[in-house]
Design a protein around this ligand. Sequence first.
Ligand code: F3S
Length: 393
Amino acid sequence: MRTMYLTNEEEKALDGEHGEVVSLAMRILCALGDFFEADRLIPVQSAHVSGVSYKTGGEALLTTLRKFSSMKAKALVPTTLNPGGVDLERWREMGVEEEFFEKQKKIISFYTDMGILATCSCTPYEAGNLPARGAHVAFAESSAVAFINSYLGARTNRESGLSALASAITGKTPCYGLHVDGNRRPTVKVKVTASLESPTHYGALGYLIGKNFGDAIPLIQSGRPLPLVEAKHLSSAAAASGAIALYYWGEAPGDSDLEKVEVDGRSLAEVFELFGLSEEPEVIVLGCPHYSIHEMRKVAEMVEGRWVKTPLWIFTSRQVRHLGEQLGLVQKIEQAGGKVFCDTCPIVAPLKGFRNLLTDSAKAAHYAPSMNKMESALLSTDGCVRVALRGVQ
Ligand code: F3S
């Protein structure tokens, strides 16, 4: 039974007055809203859709998108897309078969036909989809969800690819969870005494928090700033090992009586020790979440004029890759033997020919064993690049 209130206009949309696909999208949102006891639908300013890689979505994803496409689905609000399974230009260099590439291309063309921007990146906030503080949006991709709720102060629940697509088509989302003020208060205080030496350490902290606190709303106090790259690592790892969708850094309203937990240097070191390789690393993987131009520049400076002895693969958005080309950064990395791929990511791409990986991303280290059947090890970016240059860990 439907419990969520709908306006007359929304009732008409549900009944099919605005077409079959809008009615389908409304049915998806109503089911979600009723389940979570939302009181109404609210407008969203933008959406970000996951469910793009043929590796993870397979034929079922193609079938679903074919159905939406046959009903002439169109995004009503600005909408961006998560990474797919291959670099759309350099897929051969990734060792991917042509059939996989063709299916991946088809998936992306279904989305672009709907008016969705094929940004193919998990950092949409660096590719034009940057929600303002307080803005209601519908984002899938857990790392972006945690980032925009926490770092930007925007509002989204952890949407699935399907619910984000339904929001893109209708411009609405059910009002529950993190769209509601009262649900955004911190629930646990985390006092960090460990030194956070690199973005990877922030990722390790996020990993630990996600693992220990599931879907809590932590208030994290460390006395240190939270720059953007560090926030990306923290957000992605906390959302991967747990289901953190919102955290506060430094201060938050109503934090006085919270249970307090300490994270010291030992507990952070244990996160690094959790991962490990039984053999030398076969590939060094950077760019989970997708690398920014600043991260790319750092690596370019480290490898300039040298040669990597272990394959070094960097993942970013096409937009950042283009900028990196204009600035000569991609050339420096590739002249050193590295590769800069875009449109895809180290976890949703079929990484062919490697049994293990070394990464600077706690999220990639977490997912590599289950998603890629690869052992994984975690080091800072500097450590990863040093290993790439000298060939052993
Ligand atoms: Fe992005 Fe893939 Fe990592 S989507 S956050 S690079 S697992």
